[in-house]
Write a protein that binds this ligand. Structure first.
Ligand code: AMP
Length: 403
């Protein structure tokens, strides 16, 4: 392997996010996003970190992912970072669902693509989009190693007692129903970074990671290995999210179908796209919800309380799963920025050794930091996640090992 650069691609159904990193110092050379692929109003936003200068935006129709990646390649070439450069060592792809099969980052070949395809029934929204990105990138640079980094991989260490639902195992196995968990790249990165913040090896700490973005999930990590996580067969289970309900009695679904007369697709849309904070109060952005609460809005206040109540339940549950806890780490958009959520989530848990120091919790920053008082038994930490860096690191390590 001669190159030291890794391109990270996160391909959604109508978007393509990318970052180019130099693995000698993990620095970001360029990053950007193509949105609304396939529409007349596509937009490419490109930030040339290494070349300096302002972000460049280009509006105009981009027909498909192939055209999107070619447009990205052109932008990178303008910065002297073309994808045909020998400095490019590999492309790392985020793949949402790796099932039980992919427990590690994996170099992509035809068999790997076939397996990711086989998992489409359990990830109908995400895997097809991820595959489009993979196919497009392989067509552009067929000679270059491409690596799939799976959102589910970090969770494959969960014991069967946590991963299995209490249903007939023959039915579960036939339909591959189990808890897979998602956001694994973030949980892996943040649990390791939390250990580092505590000055300890990952093997020596137990961490509850709370990834609170628009999607949200919690995980219990014992000695660097995931032992439980809140998302399940799909990302719908667990915490209250921006637009997803998280946990509910499965009988709600029968009730909506039988009594409410809703179709399965309508219920799917309701629970995934029109529930959570948005369903409760009409806003899914925590900034807006906090603003409304400050103005005395009751629906926003109740949505916040329901969000925090669920969070607290998971902290308690994972505390019990782990037995001893060294740190609770908050990450992602809400976890990193919303001090009131952190404060409310641990309020009243002093007997578990959990508390925030109001002064520390109020300080903003983009570095990992502890926001609990020095006297607290358990550290409450804010640890910014970096899924792109984690994907690049895993990709580079794997490609380095294979050459
Ligand atoms: P993510 O999915 O990690 O990008 O997180 C996006 C979410 O983070 C948004 O929908 C907001 O709810 C939340 N968020 C971002 N910035 C802030 C902020 N400054 N304060 C509170 N919430 C924020």
């Amino acid at each position: 392997m001669t190159g030291t650069r890794v391109l990270v691609l996160n391909s959604g159904s109508s978007s393509l996010k990318y970052q180019l990193l130099d693995m000698r110092d993990s620095s970001r050379l360029a990053a950007g996003l193509v949105e609304r692929i396939g529409e007349q109003t596509s937009r490419l936003k490109h930030t040339p970190m290494a070349a300096g200068g302002d972000a460049r935006e280009a509006d105009g129709p981009i027909a498909d992912h192939d055209a999107a990646l070619k447009a990205v390649a052109q932008e990178l070439a303008r910065d002297g970072l073309g994808l045909d450069s020998p400095d490019l060592a590999a492309i790392g792809h985020r793949v949402v669902h790796g099932g039980m099969f992919f427990t590690e980052p994996t170099v992509i070949d035809d068999a790997v693509i076939a397996e990711i395809e086989r998992l489409i029934p359990v990830a109908p929204l995400h895997n097809p989009a991820n595959l489009t990105g993979i196919r497009t990138a392989r067509a552009l640079r067929p000679d270059l190693p491409q690596v799939a980094v799976f959102d589910t991989a970090f969770h494959t260490t969960m014991p069967e007692s946590a991963a299995r639902y209490a249903i007939d195992p023959r039915i579960a196995d036939r339909h591959r129903i189990r808890r897979y968990g998602f956001h694994g790249t973030s949980h892996a990165y943040v649990s390791r970074a939390t250990a580092e913040l505590l000055g300890k090896a990952p093997e020596d700490v137990n961490v509850i990671v709370l990834h609170l973005g628009n999607g949200a999930s919690a995980s219990a990590v014992r000695g660097g290995r995931c032992v439980d996580t809140s998302m399940g067969l799909t990302p719908l289970e667990g915490l209250v999210m921006g637009t997803r309900s998280g946990d509910l009695d499965p009988a709600v679904i029968f009730h909506l179908a039988r009594v409410g007369g809703m179709s399965m697709d309508e219920i799917d849309t309701l629970l995934n796209k029109r529930s959570g904070l948005f369903g409760l109060c009409g806003d899914n952005d925590m900034r807006e919800i906090r603003r409304r609460i400050d103005e005395g809005d009751e629906a926003a206040a109740l949505a916040f309380d329901i969000y925090v109540h669920r969070l607290k339940k998971y902290i308690g549950a994972y505390y019990a799963v782990l037995g001893t806890v060294d740190a609770v780490a908050f990450t992602a958009g809400v976890g990193e920025n919303a001090a009131p959520v952190r404060e409310a989530a641990v309020a009243g848990l002093e007997s578990l050794g959990l508390a925030v120091d109001p002064g520390r919790n109020a300080v903003r920053g983009d570095r990992p930091r502890i926001v609990s008082p020095d006297s607290a038994r358990v550290a409450v930490a804010v640890v910014p996640t970096d899924e792109e860096l984690e994907i690049a690191t895993q990709t580079y390590a794997l490609v380095g090992k294979n050459t």
